[in-house]
Design a binder for this molecule. Structure first.
Ligand code: 3PG
Length: 218
């Protein structure tokens, strides 16, 4: 069962240019618009806004409008209803911490890329059986970090992973050196404290610094 490649083209192009996806939990549009502009200025190409707060859908719409050069996605998508409302708000990809059979079935018919979350070989096999080959590995650091992902990826050479959970500026390059990792996500570029302080310049600086660190020789 093939995953529709063309559906992923824009997403893969964005994370190919800047493979760190900031994972953002915001109150609503007032925070999302300047945050999106700061991250775009810092070189980010794709952001994930989690559906964990009431204003998240409005935040997705505001981010997409404020920084049209960014690919804005929805995170913590748990069911079909959230998948549909995320797309209606302007999300162009979606991510889940896990996967249920119902969510995978809904996501197969969705118009945009969906990354189910996996934490074990059996979960990878369940996602593959439904045609998903690009998966979120979550929570990456508590599960054993790059060493765990390297071992888990070995039996599944056709799978691309986007690890998230506990990744930092310093650990990001090690994940991205794994051949199986095509992007990663994390909140360290825009942690809640900096968002609440509206420290947009600092967030822009952290984004630029994190992306630059990837280019440094190891
Ligand atoms: C999440 O869904 O919260 C992401 O995995 C981000 O995790 P982090 O806050 O540990 O970077």
């Amino acid at each position: 069962m093939a995953e529709p490649t063309e559906r992923f083209e824009t997403f893969l192009d964005a994370v190919g240019r800047a493979p760190i996806i900031p994972v953002l939990t915001v109150e609503g549009p007032a925070q999302a618009a300047p945050l999106a502009r700061a991250l775009a200025a810092g070189g980010v190409a794709a952001i994930e806004i989690t559906l964990r707060r009431p204003g998240a859908l409005e935040a997705i719409a505001a981010a997409a409008e404020a920084a049209p050069e960014l690919l804005v996605g929805a995170g913590t998508v748990l069911d079909q209803r959230q998948l549909e409302s995320a797309a209606a708000a302007g999300a162009r990809f979606a991510v889940s911490p896990g996967a249920t059979p119902a969510l995978l079935a809904a996501a197969r018919g969705w118009a945009h890329p969906f990354l189910p979350g996996v934490a074990s070989a059996s979960e990878i096999m369940a996602a593959l059986a439904q045609g998903f080959r690009r998966l979120k590995f979550f929570p990456a650091a508590p599960l054993g970090g790059p060493a765990a992902l390297k071992a888990l990826a070995t039996p599944f050479p056709e799978v691309g992973f986007c690890p998230t959970g506990g990744i930092t500026r310093d650990s990001a390059p090690e994940y991205l050196r794994l051949g199986s990792v095509f992007c990663l996500g994390g909140s360290w570029i825009a942690p809640d404290a900096l968002i609440d302080a509206e420290a947009w310049d600092e967030i822009e600086r952290l984004a630029r610094e994190s992306l630059t660190a990837l280019k440094a020789p190891s």
